[in-house]
Write a protein that binds this ligand. Structure first.
Ligand SMILES: Cc1ncc(COP(=O)(O)O)c(C=O)c1O
Length: 385
């Protein structure tokens, strides 16, 4: 009987392994276009330990709930949130953005979101889900929101302005301080999407890069979405939405009969405590110094990759702001497909006619050295070089 069971299990796991083998994996170093990474070993260990927890019913797991509270306190301090603030754990940038716009809509009843053309596609989902209208604001030659154009687009029905602290396509940072002042004066809800840049910008500052402020020290910033499963080096799925006032979260709370807490805020019900424990553990383990070293090393690899790519004769979209490089190409889709056939994943940005490389912590100079000849050969074959 036991041997039958173990044979069955073996068969299932062989099947799983066969399918998994088809996946690209972060640890191979061949994923150069994703904003996610191999979870830090500490995150992995904590994740496994908390696999059976459910933060949707917090009285069942007061210990895990305490970890969540501590993690939110860490993010709050990290983003210089005021005492009045509150945080909501979310699955990532998409849910963070959805939740922020849900709050803005609840607070004012208005429906027009002003956002840069470079905003993440999660806002398309928001428009569709909540019947909201997206009003795009053009970007400047540096691919950041043009604030003078923003000012002209404000209407009576404007519910919120969105700024990017690390755009998906090129890692650019909108002029958040200027946007914050403007929104504060106009009494408009200002959401900062720092899904990618939230764990990068504070350390770039410490490393003396010239980057704008983006956090709650700016009085007009109402909410910030920041992802731990991107540059926070944690495990998928985890992000945090911080809001300036606790009662704003209450505005999206509902009564939650038949579970232990009286009210529940946010979109999800049952949700795992594992990614929260993982993010908390890795934040404790790395500390500010560990994150700073990680960002320093990512920027070093970015600079190296930039030099090697331009030495081939390819041109960049712009000088990288953070660890994201846009390479200008005539046929980005063709190049991406050919690279993929050779086992390398980069992302295409058809809209800007470029490919995007994201130099995450697992990408080393050695990996770049392996990649460059493949990129060169591919670009020669398709007439980009
Ligand atoms: C700026 C920004 N916002 C939101 C998201 C969505 O995040 P997620 O895929 O974790 O939901 C991304 C994803 O890359 C992003 O770059």
């Amino acid at each position: 009987m036991d041997s039958l069971k173990s044979q069955k299990k073996q068969k299932i796991f062989n099947e799983l392994a066969r399918m998994q083998q088809r996946d690209f994996c972060f640890s191979s170093g061949h994923i150069l276009g994703s904003m996610c990474t191999v979870p830090h070993p500490v995150a992995r260990e904590a994740y496994m330990q908390f696999l059976e927890t459910n933060l949707g019913d917090p009285e069942l797991c007061p210990g895990t709930k305490e970890i969540e509270s501590r993690y939110i306190a860490f993010i709050s301090k990290f983003l210089h949130a005021p005492k009045t603030s509150a945080g909501q754990i979310v699955s990532g940038g998409t849910e963070g953005n959805i939740t922020a716009m849900w709050i803005a809509k609840q607070l004012s009843g208005k429906k027009e979101i002003l956002l840069p053309t470079s905003a993440h596609f999660s806002f398309q989902k928001i428009a569709s889900l909540m019947g909201m209208k997206l009003v795009e604001v053009p970007v400047t030659n540096e691919y950041v929101m043009d604030v003078s154009r923003l000012k002209k687009k404000i209407r009576k029905n404007t519910v919120a302005v969105v700024g990017l602290a690390g755009s998906t396509e090129l890692g650019t940072i909108d002029p958040i301080p200027e946007m914050s002042d403007f929104c504060f004066d106009e009494h408009i809800f200002f959401h900062v999407d720092a899904a990618f840049g939230g764990f990068v910008i504070p350390f770039l500052k410490k490393l003396h890069y010239k980057v704008p402020n983006f956090d709650f020290r700016l009085k007009g910033v109402c909410s910030i979405s920041i992802d731990s499963h991107k540059m926070g080096y944690a495990a998928i799925p985890l992000g945090t939405l911080m809001v300036r006032r606790k009662q704003w979260l209450e505005s999206i709370s509902v009564d939650s009969p038949y579970i232990s807490s009286e009210k529940q805020a946010g979109m999800l019900g049952t949700r795992s405590g594992a990614p929260v424990a993982a993010a908390y553990a890795v934040a404790q383990y790395l500390g500010q110094d560990g994150y700073k070293k990680m960002v320093e090393s990512c920027m070093d690899v970015t600079q190296y990759a930039k030099n090697r790519i331009t030495a081939l004769g390819l041109s960049l979209m712009m000088k990288p702001t953070m660890n994201v490089i846009g390479v200008r190409l005539k046929k980005p889709g063709v190049v991406v497909k050919k690279l993929s056939e050779q086992g390398w994943r980069v992302n295409k940005v058809e809209r800007l006619s470029c490919i995007r490389l994201v130099l995450m912590p697992q990408i080393t100079k050695q990996i770049i050295d392996e990649f460059i000849p493949v990129l060169q050969k591919t670009c020669e074959e398709v007439g980009e070089l």
